[in-house]
Write a protein that binds this ligand. Sequence first.
Ligand SMILES: [Zn+2]
Ligand SMILES: [Zn+2]
Length: 345
Amino acid sequence: MSAIPGSTMNAVVLNQLGAPLSHERVEVPGPGAHQVLVRVEACGLCGIDVGVATGGWPQGLRLPRVLGHETVGRVAALGSGVGDLHEGERVVLPRLAWACGRCEHCLGGFEARCGQRLHAGVDVDGGFADYQLAEAGFALAVPRGVDPLDAACLSCAGAIAYRAVREAGVGPGDVTAVWGVGGIGHLAVQYARMAGASVVAVDCTPDKLAMARDLGARDVVLDTTEDPVEAVARHGGAHQVIFAAPRVEAMSDALRALRRGGRLVVVAVPDAGALELPVADLVRDGISVLGADGANRLDVTRALALHAAGHTRVVHQARSISQVDEAIVELGEHRAPARLVFEMR
Ligand SMILES: [Zn+2]
Ligand SMILES: [Zn+2]
């Protein structure tokens, strides 16, 4: 199981912005102090990977880079000074690969906003490879009994959905609309329901709405045949909207679906575009618009713990890493049937 230093591994590398991904053999990295080397079992595909791979997410990207940031795997080698992990232990490596621990965001309990943070697949190499290096403190143990592919999805999609539901302030008796029930949205439906809300799911795909119903949504709205604002109004309007759809043009509907004092929490990275804010309405009705910018380690461990306790279902489709290029096109065109997860072997 241990990697031989100096040996090579398969990796999916972006060498140049806009260039096709390159399937290469690269050297297996050795863990430095307080780092672990993880043998990747699987890594999920996220909208951010699509942005990076297609050149639409160049902020801070250092090339060449191994993509992927929803990794699950087993610890293969420990660097010096790592005390709380052991070889063979299953961990997830979330998108947040490192945070400083000292800035106001870290100290304030929101390390995902750290000004010096490092993201896997952008600032440091990610999980579309046989091995991934990680800071030991950011390799999070997977509870016993949790399926590794589920764990991969929960490390990003689950954690950000959980964070969004927390940010939205969802509580018992609220009406929460979830816009877009894909990889993030289908988990947001479950967390909102767990928080005691009546969930209204809005999507343009009947299959995804059937899944949302199955996962506990009280009402579902196909927004290609029905006005979603009117549909949500039948429930008195939404206290919160979790916006997890990739279509920015749907966001103004989401805003209008809120009742007074409502919150729109945006989680997906929408297509480039801007939301026109009706300022007078916003002020008159006390509306908030929030961006859920990232998940903290605690969000990841909570998502894993809730899953281990049987409270969530993760809907995903497994693919081989050799299919990554097709999958990126599929997700980029919003055709992916569920969260896509690549198995490394
Ligand atoms: Zn992600
Ligand atoms: Zn910090």
